[in-house]
Design a protein around this ligand. Structure first.
Ligand SMILES: NC(=O)c1ccc[n+]([C@@H]2O[C@H](COP(=O)([O-])OP(=O)(O)OC[C@H]3O[C@@H](n4cnc5c(N)ncnc54)[C@H](O)[C@@H]3O)[C@@H](O)[C@H]2O)c1
Length: 315
């Protein structure tokens, strides 16, 4: 059992992460702007703190006396505030919180990044060198939110250069997070239900049909924390479902929304997603347990896929 401090623990992802880690036997402390009455946090120690206040953040993080720090707190939606506010808030909060973790001697420090660092959806066009996208795909952020997330990744790399191996760091890029209540019809982050996102591919296309169940993010973080001392420092991981949030193959859908992607997307047949979770499988032995078809009770129609790991999914 570890004592884990989670920033943004009252948020959409934070609630499921805190509940999942507490369910796995860890002791949790949530640092968020306000104390939440969400049932997932009922038995969790919650501290109300504005984490943009660097001194208050440092005091709260030191007082938590934690074995691990997971930094989620951020302005989490692109263009939900002026660009300069998003960049300043997210980048300086990440620097303040993650540095405070180092100063408090917390041995394991993890930050949430985002797949948006890759830059898809750029108004001037975007094409990757290949699909599926993975941790080797070049980041090309085109808005302040994505840039702030790339800075958070770079901040852990920077801190690792300062501390050597004494502190173990990682960053993870959760795909479009779907919490348990959202499978049951509650609105997702962009305001639509999961069913609406499936019925109208234009709704899921801006995220390239990516998603992950929030409970799978919790098992990912739990697995990552165990592995951190053994894996290279300051690694970045995509945390993605095994399949795409789409009823039709992405080989068909992506070219409709990403001009020029016909040839690149041709291998995304069957249920294959645009984002690979192969690194998390290979390095950590993690795999997601939930899929949209399982949650919505829709049958999986097996079909060939270029990704070897997908054999397991279809089994
Ligand atoms: N939800 C997704 O699909 C998704 C996908 C990729 C990355 N992420 C990242 O995961 C993290 C969590 O996202 P989320 O969807 O749960 O967002 P959210 O907005 O639901 O939660 C963010 C939490 O951070 C807290 N917070 C923000 N500013 C704060 C401050 N100054 N002081 C203290 N607390 C503060 C908020 O009160 C909120 O509870 C974010 O870093 C986000 O960028 C989320």
């Amino acid at each position: 059992m570890s004592r884990i401090v989670v920033t943004g623990g009252a948020g959409r992802l934070g609630r499921s992460l805190v509940a999942g880690l507490a369910g796995a036997g860890h002791e949790l402390v949530s640092l968020d702007r306000a104390v939440s009455d969400a049932p997932e946090l009922a038995d969790v120690e919650q501290i109300a703190v504005d984490l943009t206040d660097t001194d208050a953040a440092a005091r709260a993080i030191a007082a938590a006396r934690a074995d691990a720090l997971i930094h989620l707190a951020a302005i989490a939606v692109p263009f939900s505030a002026p660009e300069d506010v998003i960049l300043r808030t997210n980048a300086s909060m990440a620097l303040g919180v993650l540095s405070a973790g180092v100063a408090a001697g917390i041995p394991k420090i993890v930050t949430a990044s985002s797949p948006t660092v890759l830059g898809y959806g750029a108004p001037t066009g975007w094409l990757p060198d290949r699909f599926p996208l993975d941790e080797d795909t070049a980041p090309r952020p085109w808005n302040a939110y994505a840039l702030s997330k790339l800075l958070a990744e770079q901040t852990i790399a920077m801190l690792a250069r300062q501390t050597g191996e004494a502190t173990r760091f990682a960053a993870f890029r959760p795909c479009y997070v779907i919490a348990p209540e959202e499978w049951r019809g509650a609105p997702t982050q962009q305001g639509h239900t999961v069913a609406e996102r499936l019925d109208d591919p234009a709704l899921s296309a801006p995220a390239l049909f990516n998603y992950v169940d929030a409970r799978d993010v919790a098992t990912f973080v739990d697995t990552l924390l165990v592995a951190l001392p053994e894996i290279p420092n300051a690694e970045v991981f995509f945390v993605a479902a095994d399949d795409a949030l789409a009823r039709r193959p992405l080989a068909e859908l992506l070219p409709q929304f990403v001009p020029g992607s016909e040839r690149l997307a041709a291998g995304l047949t069957g249920t294959a997603p645009a984002f690979s979770n192969a690194k998390a499988r290979r390095v950590l032995g993690w795999r997601p347990a939930h899929s949209w078809r399982g949650e919505l009770g829709e049958p999986v129609t097996p079909s060939p896929s270029p990704d070897l790991a997908r054999k397991d999914v279809l089994a």
